[in-house]
Design a protein around this ligand. Sequence first.
Ligand code: 5GP
Length: 204
Amino acid sequence: MKNKNGMLVVFSGPSGAGKGTILAEYLRRGTEAVCSVSATTRKPRPGEIDGVHYHFVTKEAFEEMIQKGEVIEYTCYNGNYYGSPAGPIRKLLSQGKDVILEIEVKGAKQVRDRFPGALSIFVMPPSFEELKRRLVGRNTENSEEIRGRLETARREVAMALDYDYIVVNDVVSDAADRLGYIIESARCSRKFNRDFIEEVLENA
Ligand code: 5GP
């Protein structure tokens, strides 16, 4: 007997820290974890596909989702709504699949408050200079947006110590290794097994 539910994994870090790259490497290794597809009111970037990278929705549709309780958390980030749809997440967890939420710090706090069994991991860039270099290098934001993202990054890093684990993204494959170890050890953690232990005691 064991906890048969999947684990809810919150994965945050400043824009440009490499969350997406680490996750892609981790998933490429054949784990059964699934990344939740968020809803957002942000416009798609070139190459982004509706339903794959995000569910791109209107402000009205997003506000309706909030009202109906169809997101487990949401936030307004750089002027756009972002949120994690509740239905698919609950279904995957009940099927025993780990669900990874790649979300920013305010949403992460909502998840930690609502789901005490969730695992939370914060990805750090090796330095701020490196973060700036990566943001400039990926060429998806103009210089004013980059300044805004660096400012946001400073505020986000200030919340890193609220998370269970910190992963520094120095070398992507090493960071993906560490993510794997963290998830496996969290499966044996007290907080993930609380309901299971209580269930065992009730039937003892
Ligand atoms: P981007 O616009 O670069 O795709 O995402 C901006 C920020 O929003 C990133 O830090 C990303 O992790 C975060 N984000 C993406 N989806 C969600 C979500 O569903 N909820 C919250 N709270 N943040 C999200």
